[in-house]
Design a protein around this ligand. Structure first.
Ligand code: GDP
Length: 468
């Protein structure tokens, strides 16, 4: 369906700005008849005569009736987002005016664009590849600097160039092996097996950092899930409130930001940390004891960082080590941060005992007091949370996979490469090697859209808003 959607003679139109009332609204038109159709509704200089990348002042009219006073920008093929002749009309932001202008354009021969169709055209016309097209969606949806960095890197083609290089290597390998097959009867083996193995190993190693980056990429895209667990009265809600309040204090410095709707999330240097199941934390101690352990275990298993908080004045080493074991048994890769609370009512000996024990267990520990909302402790904790993610390797120049579809395809490619290594090890023939290798090529091609099917395209572009 998505391939059929593109009819070069179709000129598409949509409102490109957000739904609702704004100071201005932008209407996008793209296709071979874009200029002609716009001329039919624009009173000003002829659109068809305009040079590319120029803006004209004029009026949108319906016959003699003036609809709005507008600015009209012209982009001539191929120097436009879609590579087609395109026009952007900036009008007043009234919903009524915008829909009237769109209706007029429809009456003069344009058709309403499907969701993401402008970006789809940019892709089908070869201006960007599929991974870059998806990045357009991510850029629009990004809410912090880290999300934006990843999406920008992807849109500029960082991911695509790495994948294209890999694809080329894979295809070279296949041609080597298939060339050998062509000479099969002469029983030559001019692709040296050790050399082939080395090549496959290199490709496999090339993919691994991308695959591993998904956990981080996904966390940055969707917020890093954090669980706060601890016994009743350990200070869980005090800690949560302190972190949230501190965040509000920082964020409220920025004019116009309201944080009431996303309460259980904090931002540290552009990375969001999401607190899981905070409803449980906010309920009374009695209820927590009743719904108890199960709920805590659920949130531990979903978290990427688990904060285990305990009351140093009222917890034995045995109790603590028991709790830590439960946490460790229920998570595989989460980072565990142990917080000893209520240092204000503890002797330094007490604190030292915990410190020594946790150091021995190679666990990250911080002693704090949440009683007086001491903001130096809270700020230190924010820094600790951020540093944990740094440890896991944020590098802004690195390609970070944040898209589940890409991750899945990279895993398939990696699996195929492992199979090829096995086949080489067992002295299998070239035809099976090239068959497996093609699986890897297809998986990589699927990410950049070298190979794409309607279902994949439908999934991607169907999620875009109309006008993008
Ligand atoms: P939760 O049950 O784990 O959520 O614990 P709360 O945050 O509700 O705290 C339990 C009690 O301990 C409350 O009365 C808090 O005021 C008190 N509390 C929390 N943090 C501290 C602290 O650092 N020092 C002292 N002395 N009391 C604290």
């Amino acid at each position: 369906m998505y391939h059929e959607l593109i009819q070069p003679e179709d000129t598409i139109v949509a409102i490109a700005t957000a739904q609702g009332v704004g100071a201005i609204g932008v209407i996008r038109v793209s296709g071979t008849k874009a200029f002609e159709i716009c001329d039919a509704i624009f009173k000003g200089k002829s659109v068809q005569q305009q040079a590319s990348h120029t803006i004209q002042y004029g009026h949108v009219v319906n016959g003699t009736e003036i609809i709005d006073e507008v600015m009209l920008a012209v982009f001539r093929a191929p120097k436009s987002f879609t590579t087609e002749d395109s026009v952007e009309i900036s009008c007043h932001g009234s919903v009524y005016i915008q829909s009237q202008i769109v209706n007029l354009l429809l009456q003069h021969g344009a058709r309403l664009a499907a969701p993401g169709e402008f970006t789809l055209r940019a892709y089908l016309n070869g201006r960007i590849d599929l991974a870059q097209a998806e990045a357009v969606g991510d850029i629009i949806a990004s809410q912090n600097q880290s999300q934006l960095n990843i999406a920008m890197h992807q849109m500029r083609g960082g991911l695509s160039s790495q994948l294209n290089k890999l694809r080329e290597d894979l295809l070279n390998f296949i041609s080597l092996v298939e060339l050998e097959l062509d000479f099969g009867e002469e029983d030559v083996e001019f692709a040296d097996r050790t050399e082939l193995r080395n090549r496959v190993e290199q490709m496999h190693q090339f993919i691994q950092p991308m695959i591993n980056s998904f956990q981080l990429g996904n966390a940055i895209k969707n917020g890093i899930p954090v669980a706060i667990v601890g016994r009743p009265n350990a200070g869980k809600s005090s800690l949560l409130n302190a972190l949230l309040e501190d965040d509000r204090a920082i964020v409220s410095d920025i004019a116009g930001t309201t944080r009431d709707t996303i309460e259980e999330e904090i931002h540290i240097n552009g990375v969001s940390f999401r607190f899981i199941d905070t409803a449980g934390i906010r309920q009374t101690t009695d209820v927590i004891e009743k719904i108890g352990i199960d709920k805590a275990i659920q949130s531990i298993s979903k978290a990427q960082i688990v904060i285990c908080i305990f009351d140093m004045s009222n917890t034995s080493i045995d109790e603590l080590s028991n709790d830590i074991e439960i946490i460790r048994n229920n998570t595989s890769s989460a980072h565990l941060l142990v917080i000893g609370n209520k240092k204000d009512v503890c002797s330094s000996d007490q604190i030292n005992t915990f410190e020594t024990y946790l150091k021995g267990a190679s666990l990250q520990f911080a002693a704090v007091s949440m009683l007086n909302r001491d903001s130096s402790d809270t700020r230190a904790l924010r820094q600790v949370l951020y540093d944990i993610m740094q440890l896991k390797g944020i590098d802004s120049n690195q390609t970070i996979i944040s898209n589940a579809r890409h991750h899945q395809q990279l895993l398939s490619a990696s699996e195929a490469l492992v199979t090829v290594l096995d086949l080489l090890q067992n002295g299998n023939s070239g035809d099976i090697l090239s068959f497996e290798m093609r699986r890897a090529v297809n998986a990589i091609g699927d990410i950049t859209g070298t190979i794409s099917n309607d279902e994949v395209l439908g999934n991607i572009f169907g999620k875009f808003c109309i006008g993008k």
